[in-house]
Design a protein around this ligand. Structure first.
Ligand SMILES: [Zn+2]
Ligand SMILES: [Zn+2]
Length: 391
């Protein structure tokens, strides 16, 4: 990645990767992680987990690390709804739980635990190591931590992990819905990559063809192995995890999330904020993203058949969206991995969906198809083309 993006002369800023080591494999945890901790001369490690990930990885890590360093375990507690959330309460109790002389943190969990650890590492001024327990999201290597502060989601710039160890046997045991969520986060690249082109052509936003190609390749790797991912074979889970990591690293190099996050992510974020406001239990990020991408693919495709006031925009939209797969095709992919295919399935009613389609584009100052349909007043027309119920 450093070589390909380092050699790219697109004019965009490419930050050198600061992640020292990434291991995806059979012995990532029992051999490569302790060897890394020893080589880096870390003396005091704190493993951050929750009730579930303590059983899956936390205890194992404590046993493995025991001989190499002094290890402490910090267990995060779920809220009344049963979720571990990255809110003030959890962040402070994590910081209190981490012994003062700790020199490295290990995030043993999925996305939220990583966000909590990212914040703690940044606050303490120490590095952290990522140990994903499910291939559920592409943000493990990200530097931004989406936190819930005063009941609102805000992304704080913190720090990326210095190393990542993904144990395939452990990841293969992840629940199907988390694997499907990881696949859904990748499926979101179908629309995010097309939206990135739109933002380049219509709003002159920074674009890197090499980064787009790498992200596209990662998506294609997943699509080639849908059945392997569904069956949780070694190869399937390896490819899914690798693709998620690659997508995350591309964002880190560019220091923005445009290749991996378009209209589908804005819809997902909007729904997440609403769930937070209404104190509803959160749905997995990748599940929302996947369902939103399936719906948007159809909306974007129908946008190419519409004529409106701006000829240039119309032409650009056609070139960016006309080759998108049909929502029905994407639905088939998602079904195969056992994931949800419509936002209705995720308890989003018509009213909330209409609201999200009309307002989610305000969340980010970024040009997307979602912004276009609102900007040109095409929402009512597009809305008729949206299939809310699927399957
Ligand atoms: Zn995502
Ligand atoms: Zn570039």
């Amino acid at each position: 990645m450093n070589n390909t993006l380092g050699a790219c002369d697109c004019g965009a800023v490419h930050h050198p990767l600061t992640v020292e080591k990434i291991a995806v494999g059979e012995h990532a945890l029992d051999q490569e992680l302790p060897a890394y901790v020893k080589a880096a001369s870390f003396q005091k490690v704190a493993v951050i987990c929750d009730e579930t990930t303590e059983q899956i990885a936390g205890k194992k890590l404590m046993a493995i690390l025991h001989e190499k360093a002094e290890a402490a375990s910090v267990k995060l507690e779920a809220n009344a709804a049963g979720d571990v959330t990255a809110d003030e309460k959890t962040l402070v109790s994590a910081l209190i739980g981490i012994p003062l002389d700790t020199d490295v943190l290990i995030a043993a969990g999925a996305g939220t635990i990583h966000d909590i650890v990212r914040f703690c590492a940044f606050q303490r001024g120490i590095p952290f190591i990522s140990v994903p327990t499910a291939p559920s999201v592409d943000g493990f290597t990200s530097a931004g931590a989406p936190l819930i502060l005063k009941g609102k989601k805000q992304t704080i710039q913190t720090t990326a992990p210095i190393a990542l160890f993904a144990d395939l046997e452990l990841l293969r045991k992840a629940p199907q819905k988390m694997i499907a969520a990881g696949f859904g986060d990748m499926l979101g690249k179908v629309t995010s990559l097309a939206d990135w082109e739109i933002s380049r052509l219509l709003a002159d936003e920074p674009y890197c063809p090499a980064a787009a190609a790498i992200t596209k390749e990662a998506l294609e790797q997943c699509l080639l192995r849908i059945d392997d991912i569904a069956a949780k074979t070694r190869e399937g889970i390896e490819k899914l995890m690798e693709s998620l990591i690659i997508s995350g690293l591309v964002m880190l190099v560019l220091d923005h999330s445009r290749p991996a996050s378009g209209g589908e992510h804005h819809l997902s974020h909007y729904l997440e904020m609403k769930a937070l406001e209404n104190q509803k239990r959160q749905v997995l990020h990748g599940a929302k993203v996947g369902c939103a991408a399936i719906m948007l693919a159809d909306i974007y495709r129908s946008l190419t058949e519409t004529t409106w006031s701006d000829e240039h925009a119309e032409k650009t939209v056609r070139s960016a969206y006309e080759n998108l797969p049909a929502g029905e095709t994407m639905e088939g992919w998602m079904r195969r991995v056992g994931g949800p295919v419509s936002l209705e399935e995720l308890d989003v009613d018509e009213h909330l969906l209409t609201e999200a389609l009309a307002h989610a584009h305000h969340l980010r100052d970024r040009y997307t198809g979602l912004k276009i349909i609102n900007q040109y007043g095409l929402l009512p027309e597009m809305r008729q083309n949206v299939k809310h119920e699927r399957g």
